[in-house]
Design a protein around this ligand. Structure first.
Ligand SMILES: O=P(O)(O)OC[C@H]1O[C@](O)(CO)[C@@H](O)[C@@H]1O
Length: 429
């Protein structure tokens, strides 16, 4: 990935980041890089994610999926246990249909299961903890649907999970093919592992290409934001947040990268949102959200930076010549040219309003470039966590709600459940 931070500088954005500040910040980047390298080398919790280009084992993943013959894959997982696979499936041309069950909306789950030929569908059930309620509930519902359809689910279910937990027990009891989640890799950093790569392996995708792209980005991690695109992105977004730009709108200009923005949102929010700091990741899509969100990013509170992402190469569709009044300027050009013009125009429009934005470019949306983009954003996030001085690899704040929900469902005594009952009420209807 290539990162252009020109429109984050003080000469463009108000407030922006001066070159002097970037140079001073680069001293901290050098220290942080040493810390990160040491963590990678020692396979420390969290940092181990940045070793995946070396440690992931495509052959083991392929061996696990080889027995499974399907036209459709249903990924049953949530958060980091689903978003990586969904991003890969959305971006790459796979020869299977991929659906994700990453919520417990009864209508959606029912409609999706009813729409599938379950005899040609495989399940990939993914949970690092092996205890996540939504994932296990959806698995039980999907399994029952397969049984009702007379389909032997044990023939078509792959599991990725930790050493312990309900899911591990289930896999052993039914002798299901099971992959281990990589040690020391939090869910949101696990796209390039046994958590998400099976979708590429099952769908004829280029698993080695994904890892090679990530590896190339890893080689680019030097101790300076002026040399490493990932660190340039991580350091600049941090510096902008310090100057009040607390929202980061991730805006890819490719439909195939829409889910990437969702994946990025978990990475950025769950890693950096703690101890009162962090940046709110907003999901946007270019050019579509120029016609919905851009007004706010250009003229709303001075708190939103925009990250514009695009592939330099893409297929294209020419726009037919027309003599329709006012449209002849479009005739003879192409949708790709229009999209690129929109990208550059939006970038310039934000700059003209003194609103910071960062450009992220990849050559094209393929396995290699996607691997590099995912890895680059993970490394950017790890660096930003070092600069924010927060524990990047934990997410303690999500546990309160889990205990409350479990208590409400009779899954044990939890004071949080009681707090739900005591909700303050001022109902207007
Ligand atoms: O893989 P698991 O343990 O089911 O967790 C799913 C997701 O839930 C979280 O723990 C948040 O609740 C995320 O960090 C994680 O990606």
């Amino acid at each position: 990935m290539e990162v252009d931070i020109g429109n984050a500088l003080g000469s463009v954005a108000t407030p922006g980041v001066s070159r002097g500040s970037l140079e001073r910040l680069d001293e901290r980047v050098a220290d942080a890089h040493e810390r990160i390298e040491a963590g990678i080398g020692d396979r420390e919790h969290g940092y181990a994610a940045l070793a995946l280009p070396e440690t992931a084992d495509p052959d083991a993943i392929r061996a696990a999926v080889d027995p499974i013959d399907c036209d459709t894959l249903l990924v049953v997982g949530i958060g980091g246990s689903a978003l990586g696979a969904a991003t890969i499936a959305d971006a790459l041309d796979l020869d299977i249909d991929v659906h994700t069950l990453d919520n417990v909306d009864p209508d959606h789950t029912r409609t999706l299961l009813d729409s599938l030929d379950l005899s040609r569908t495989a399940l990939h059930v993914v949970s690092r903890s092996g205890t996540t309620a939504e994932t296990l509930a959806n698995f039980l519902v999907a399994r029952e649907a397969m049984e009702s359809a007379g389909v032997d689910w044990t023939e078509r279910t792959l599991v990725t999970t930790g050493e312990e937990g309900n899911l591990r027990g289930l896999a052993e009891r039914h002798d299901l093919p099971a992959l281990d989640v990589p040690a020391g890799v939090p869910g949101r950093f696990s796209a390039l592992s046994t958590v998400a790569l099976p979708v590429a392996a099952l769908g004829g995708g280029d698993v080695e290409g994904l890892l090679a792209g990530a590896g190339a980005e890893a080689e680019g991690l030097t101790g300076s934001l002026f040399e490493s695109p990932a660190y340039a992105y991580g350091a600049t977004t941090y510096a902008l947040a310090q100057r009040g730009w607390r929202v980061n709108a991730m805006m890819p200009y490719a439909e195939s990268l829409e889910t990437f923005a969702e994946w990025f949102a978990q990475l950025w929010a769950e890693s950096l949102g703690k101890e009162g700091v962090g940046q709110l990741p907003a999901r946007a899509l270019g050019a579509t959200d120029q016609h919905s969100q851009l007004q706010l990013y250009r003229a709303g509170p001075r708190d939103a930076m925009v990250s514009l992402v695009r592939p330099r190469e893409r297929g294209d569709v020419s726009i037919p010549e027309t003599d329709l009044e006012g449209l002849s300027y479009l005739g003879g050009s192409s949708l790709g040219e229009l999209l690129d013009a929109e990208f550059e125009a939006t970038e310039a429009s934000l700059a003209a309003a003194g609103r910071p934005n960062v450009r992220v470019e990849i050559d094209r949306v393929d396995a290699h470039e996607l691997g590099g983009l995912l890895y680059g954003m993970e490394a950017a996030c790890v660096l930003a966590g070092e600069l924010y001085l927060v524990p990047t690899f934990t997410q303690p704040a999500v546990e309160w709600g889990k205990r409350a929900a479990r208590g409400l469902l009779g899954g044990g005594e939890f004071e949080e459940a009681a707090a739900v009952e005591e909700k303050e009420r001022l109902v207007v209807d």
